[in-house]
Structures are given as C-alpha cells and as structure tokens.
Design a protein around this ligand. Sequence first.
Ligand code: THU
Length: 139
Amino acid sequence: MLNENRKRELIAIAMEQLKYAYAPYSNFKVGAVLVTKEGKIYKGCNIENAAYTPTNCAERTAFFKAVSEGEREFEAIIIVGGQNGVVTDYTAPCGVCRQVMMEFCNPDEFKIIIAKNENDYKEYSLKQLLPMGFGPDNL
Ligand code: THU
C-alpha cells in the first residue's frame, strides 16, 4: 500500500525523470515510476526516434526495464509530463501503454497515478482507464 508520503516521494522521483526524456521531436517530456508489489521502483522516460514509430513512452520504458529484470507483480505507476518538461496538466497513459499494463497487472488493483505536482494528483484503477480490456485471461 502506498501512503500519502510515499506517493509524494514517488511523484518527485517521476519529476526527476523528466530530465532524461529524449523528446527532440515533440518536446513533450514524460517521466514515470513503476512500483512493484514488494515496493521496488523502476524509472522510465519517453525515448523518441527520428523514424517516429519506434518511440517508446515513459510508462513502457519502466515496464520493460522491470519485466526484463524478472519483475511480474506491480502495484502502481506514477506519471508526469509536459511540454519542454514543464508540468502544467495531468498526463494520462496512451492506449498502447494501457494495453501493456493489462498484460502484467490486475485491472481491478493496479493503480495509475497522474500528477501535476506532489500535492496535486489523481488516482485510477487500470480498469477505469481500460474498461473491458483484453488480456491474458481472454486467451
Ligand atoms: N508519451 C509518453 O511517454 N507517455 C504518455 O503517457 C503520453 C505520451 C510520449 C510519447 C511521445 O514521446 C510524446 O509523449 C508525445 O506524444
């Protein structure tokens, strides 16, 4: 369980990630922190590409880092983003990232926290953001 203080810390860590975002084409920088059920964190940023389609969102960067190191159980992801790395609004995960979350997370339990700053954030379940999602249980 993430208490209020921990959420504030995690938002600050996500904000730190903005400086690593590689976004020369959109200039929209995103930072993410993925939290495992054991409380370990994996950080991510968006990584764009001159060919555009290979671009990887911050959320997927964090997921792929974690999964590639053997993690399979996740509690929450914290996301911040903004033009030139200045966060003025909430950044919700794109549809592709929601689908990646669906692969590894229980949609009723996995929490998606989108933040403007350490004191201003919204929290959703994956199910709220991806209703009737298609996942491993459907196969
Ligand atoms: N982006 C993310 O990294 N995560 C999101 O939740 C929204 C979009 C990135 C992709 C691209 O590099 C830039 O933001 C603009 O779409």
